[in-house]
Design a protein around this ligand. Sequence first.
Ligand code: UD1
Length: 422
Amino acid sequence: MEVFRIQGGARLAGQVQITGAKNSSLKLMAAALLAPGKTVIHAVPNILDVTIMAELLRRLGCKVEYDEAKQAVSIEVPQTIEHRADYDLVRRMRASIAVLGPLVARTGEADVALPGGDAIGSRGLDMHTAGLERMGAVVTNEHGYLVVHAPTGGLVGTALYLDFPSVGATETLLMAGVTANGVTVIDNAAREPEIVDICNMLVAMGAAISGIGGSLLTVTGVDSLHAVEYTTVSDRIVAGTWAVAAAITQGDITVNNVNPSHLSIVLEKLATAGATVEVFENSFRVQMDRRPTAVDIVTLPYPGFPTDLQPQFIALNSIAEGSAMVTENLFEARFRFVQELTRLGAEVRTDGHHALIRGRSKLSGAPVEATDIRAGAGLVLAGLVADGETTVHAVEHIDRGYVNFEKELVELGATVVRETST
Ligand code: UD1
């Protein structure tokens, strides 16, 4: 077990370079299954989840190589692939569910272990399975596995309406639809930049998708797809985390290689908190020269405020002037980390979907534990502005979303070391 030992008080200043989005790379790797041949995906971050997805693809019959220096993964997909995603991998990474759509599309069947509990909420799969059933598949739950059989002749395109614009369900149904018979319409689809990214890759592979970027996706089934070379969209959540780091430490950070329009609402909130935000074509700069003002946020599907930046904003509000209400609409258990934040002296009261934060002029360093990736990032940000030393335990969670986090923090002026905890 490793910890980050942080000495609070530094002002962060400098430049950071954003790489490919974890939440997109993993799905693009799964999408590679849709076409035999060698697909190469660039800007894939060097994180454990990528290693797990690579292992899953190998078990399905692919040859997978990750080139760390180039941040590229090459996936050789054979003509015939397996159709089982084992529990030992799915339980380690919920995003393994991304293979569900491609497996049914390619092989007509899928046995995918049910992911089970998750530190940030129940995260059902009902919209994934209801959509596949509407496309003619038979779905059963057997011994902890979701077992899916497409009809003879393959899935059949139809009109689908999602109860909620779920990222995962949109991805599953898109990948199921690209080679289905006829037209699949996904209404109330998710519109996240990562959805646009997978649509663009599928189109490059030969898929026919219209309405990309909107909430009505029309997928006209084609006979087959072909392997491609593709570059992952950059990680807006990592970029947003650096933006908050600038604001919370009264610093000055320029974030490069990012599409600022993916963070419009986030940058707007930082401006409301008192930051000076400059937006360029592929970068933005956040400067703060005073204590932030508290800002209310409400998490919503894109283009709303991203739930993956909610803990970072709670951290910001905890040292802000005034009080803020944060409403979490996506993952009910995401406030769990608040208990850890209160160990640093933050004044936060939660009630159901709401957290009321009364800004304190300072936090006080203490040992805390990361419960998931983004909670971990929120705790690190709080540690940067806490008096004295904060040790963040369970940094393996943070490592799943932030490559070389502590090295970049140090380059920007923070005092952080990674240590093995005793
Ligand atoms: C993805 C991201 C995650 C992000 C989230 C929302 C990955 C690996 N993870 O998660 O970081 O926070 O999008 O932007 O890309 N739901 C159901 N039934 C379903 C599907 C979803 O009830 O069939 C519920 C979930 O329990 C959750 C909500 O819908 O409460 C959002 O889920 P979804 O948008 O699917 O998020 P993920 O794809 O799991």
